[in-house]
Every structure is written in structure tokens, then in C-alpha cells.
Design a protein around this ligand. Structure first.
Ligand code: PMT
Length: 402
């Protein structure tokens, strides 16, 4: 569930070609559960029709100080009080200039001057206009006034020139809003908590081109990072090599081997209140890493001597003090017994059992089915769900959020 659910958002639209993207932005905000009031400038109406916007927002679009046919006064002061946030997307150079200079000659800028809550601006203009010292000066003034600028991207512009000035994508604008609310909402249950999460596989080098690894995709650990962040936690994600983007607002530390993962996790653990060890850490690594590529010629059978890797979950949980630690158990046989044994042996508070043989569970897939065991003897099973839902179940259970 998005943190934007139930939030009152003013969506300001000005007269730029990127106004077509505002329709999608409006849809995303409404889908996230926000109530959206559109305020559009007269030139914005040249690019996008108020009928489209009012249909999607479920509210009449405001453009002028007075509604022409009824004479009703649209109060910018009331709007400013109603809103939890205001986002102006696209924001033209002209509107940015008026906002910086306090020139309240239309409903949108007047509403901005009355806004009590956070304002976001997503500029959109041609590359030379964006680079112009006057625009940059005005943007700096808005920043100094506390406005959050959602930086424009680079690419082909309406002029067919290439450069910086494209409005940020609607998804990025929604993400900027969500991250802002996550940073500032003091009512979230994990606010003020810092959580370490390990995720993905580790790679243990054999020689400069080969390694020992496993099939972990990182999906489960990354979903846990997002679920903790959703509840307001600061998250340090120590991740082995995976091809996933870091979840928004999460601090990722990328590592390769088990030893690097231990080192990075230990550094983070010091300042954390809890840790979730979801990584599939290689239990053994080659005792000696060959300096040059090992040649194929020679014996039919080749042996690589392995040495035991450090156990990250066990080492850190041994020194955990008051911290809550949660481990995983990936099992093929005797799942429950092995999970309980790991709970004790690694000094964990909870262990999450997933069985490789269960349909839709384990490595790579987008789903998982888990059973949670606690030190206090609780045992809770969850059916197959998406890894995002499983992560929310785990977070809600271990941090007693239900
Ligand atoms: O990444 P995905 O493709 O989404 O797959 C998710 C997953 C299957 C990898 C994940 O759900 C999972 O089960 N992770 C733990 C895998 C594992 O290594 O399990 P284990 O039973 O061998 O280890 C037990 C616990 O000790 C785990 O918390 C593990 O992170 C930790 N461990 C193990 C060995 C080691 N040297 N250091 C550790 O910290």
C-alpha cells in the first residue's frame, strides 16, 4: 500500500508539451489512493483538456479565480490548507520564474504562495532554457525556499534537439513524493529504526574468470528491504551480485564474496536495531584463488580445495545485544527440524523457512511460501504469495506490526 493513500495532493499543470505526461501522473497518484485536485494555468489548457483531468481526478479542474458560469470564487487559501503536498508538473521556465519572484498573476502561482505543505516542481523546457542562468537562478531560489526539484532528464526534446530538459517520468515524480512522505511521516511503525538486510548470492572466485555461486536472484531480500522502508525504517541492503535496481530510499552496499559481505554487514550492524539475513551465502570458498586462468588441459578430474566461509548470521547474532535478528533456512529435507536447529545455533529471534521442493518457493521465482519459527516457540505458515507480500508478512510478524 502506498504512503500516498488518503493524501490530498494539488497537481499544478502549466503550458508545456510535457503536459500530456501529467495525465499519466494523475492516474498514478489516484491509483496510489491520493485525492488529487488539478489546478491548471490558461496556457496549460491549450495542451490538455480539463475534461480528461476532471474525469480522472473525480473533481472539477480549477483554472481561474472565478468559475465563469457560476461566478463561484476558487479560494487558493482553502486549497493551500486542504493540501498535504503540491506538485507542479510540468513546470515551465515562466512559472518557475513567477514562483521564484512571487508573481501571483494566475490561480496556480497564487495557490503555490498559499501552500503550507511541501511543494515539488518537475521542470520541463528546452535545453537552452533549462541551462539559462536566469532559469538556474530561479531554480536555486525555489530550492532555497524549500521546494523539492524533481530534476529533468536528458533526451530528445519537443524541439527535436537532444539535451537536459525533459520532464521527469511520472513514476519518478510519484517516487519523489513517496520518499518525502516516508522521510517525514513520524507515525510509521518502524520510524527511527535502522535495519540491515543481506540479499542475493555470494561469488567465490576460483580464478580470474570462474567462481562458485548459487541461483539467488536477490528478489526476496530486495522485497524485504522495500517492505521495511514502506514502514518508515532506514534500510542498509548489503547485496551480492544481482541485476535488480536498489529499492527507492534504500542504501545499498554491493559486495561479491562472503568475506566482503561479512565486513560490510558488520560495519552496518553497529548502527542497526535489527538484521534480516536473507542472502544465500556460499558456505565454502576456494582455499587458494588462482592468479591466472586455470587451463583446461591436464587431468580428467580436477579438485578444488575449499575452506569454510564465515557464517555472517551466526557471527553477528552472537554479538547482537538487544538487536532483533532474523535468518532464513533454505531446506530440501527435514525443513522444520533444520529451521529450529538454525534458530538456536545462530542465536536468531526468528527463522524463515522456505523449502526448495515447494511449488512457487525458493530461488529465482517471483513467489515464495514460508513458515516462521520464533525463539518463543511460535510457528506461523503462509501460503504461496508474491515475494512482496511474503516480505510484508515477515516484516509485520517479526516487528509485531499487526
Ligand atoms: O534471492 P531469491 O532468488 O529471491 O531467493 C530467495 C532465497 C531462497 C535465497 C531466500 O529466501 C533464502 O532462503 N535465503 C537463505 C539461503 C541460505 O543460504 O539458507 P541457509 O539455510 O544455507 O542459511 C541459513 C541462514 O544463515 C540464512 O539466513 C543465511 O543468510 C545465513 N548464512 C548462511 C551461511 C553463511 N556463511 N552465512 C550466513 O549468514
Amino acid at each position: 500500500m502506498s504512503i500516498l493513500k488518503g493524501k490530498h495532493i494539488i497537481l499544478g499543470i502549466t503550458g508545456g508539451i510535457a503536459a500530456y505526461k501529467s495525465v499519466y501522473l494523475l492516474r498514478l497518484l489516484v491509483k496510489a489512493g491520493a485525492e488529487v485536485q488539478v489546478v491548471i494555468t490558461p496556457s496549460g489548457r491549450e495542451f490538455i483538456t480539463p475534461v480528461t483531468l476532471s474525469s480522472l481526478s473525480g473533481r472539477p479542474v480549477i483554472s481561474e479565480f472565478f468559475t465563469a458560469n457560476t461566478g463561484q470564487w476558487n479560494s487558493h487559501v482553502d486549497l493551500g490548507l486542504w493540501a498535504d503536498a503540491m506538485v507542479i508538473a510540468p513546470a515551465t521556465a515562466s512559472t518557475i520564474g513567477k514562483m521564484a519572484g512571487g508573481i501571483a498573476d494566475n490561480m496556480l502561482v497564487t495557490t503555490y504562495l498559499s501552500a503550507k505543505e511541501q511543494v515539488f516542481v518537475a521542470p520541463a523546457m528546452d535545453l537552452d532554457m533549462w541551462a539559462h542562468p536566469s532559469t538556474q537562478r530561479n531554480v536555486a531560489t525555489l530550492r532555497a525556499d524549500g521546494v523539492e526539484i524533481v530534476e529533468p532528464g536528458s533526451g530528445e526534446l519537443a524541439s527535436h534537439l537532444c539535451g537536459k530538459g525533459r520532464m521527469a517520468e511520472p513514476e519518478q515524480i510519484v517516487e519523489a513524493l513517496e520518499q518525502w512522505f516516508l522521510r517525514h511521516d513520524t507515525t510509521l511503525p518502524l520510524k527511527g529504526k535502522r535495519i540491515l538486510i543481506t540479499a542475493g548470492p555470494t561469488y567465490e572466485n576460483i580464478d580470474p574468470v570462474r567462481f562458485i555461486g548459487n541461483h539467488s536472484s536477490g528478489k526476496m531480500g530486495y522485497a524485504l528491504a522495500a517492505a521495511c522502508r514502506e514502514q518508515g525504517a532506514e534500510v542498509v541492503l548489503v547485496s551480492g551480485p544481482v541485476s535488480l535496481p536498489a529499492p527507492a530510499g534504500v542504501e545499498r552496499v554491493s559486495v561479491t564474496s562472503a568475506c566482503e559481505m561479512l565486513e560490510a554487514s558488520r560495519r552496518a550492524f553497529d548502527t542497526c536495531h535489527a538484521a534480516i539475513f536473507c542472502a544465500a551465502v556460499a558456505d565454502y570458498a576456494p582455499a587458494v584463488v588462482a592468479e591466472s586462468k586455470i587451463k583446461r588441459e591436464g587431468a580428467e578430474i580436477m579438485c578444488i580445495e575449499l575452506k569454510r566461509n564465515p557464517d555472517i548470521a551466526a557471527s553477528l547474532s552472537r554479538e547482537k545485544g538487544k538487536r532483533l535478528t532474523i535468518g532464513f533456512a533454505l531446506e530440501t529435507d527435514n525443513g522444520a527440524d533444520n529451521a529450529r536447529r538454525k534458530l538456536e545455533a545462530k542465536n536468531l529471534d526468528w527463522v524463515v523457512l522456505n523449502r526448495l521442493g515447494d511449488p512457487g518457493a525458493g530461488f529465482g521465482v517471483d513467489t515464495n511460501s514460508v513458515t516462521l519459527f520464533s525463539r518463543g516457540g511460535e510457528e506461523l505458515s503462509f501460503p504461496v504469495k508474491s515475494k512482496q507480500e511474503v516480505a510484508r508478512d515477515i516484516v509485520a510478524t517479526v516487528f509485531s506490526l499487526r
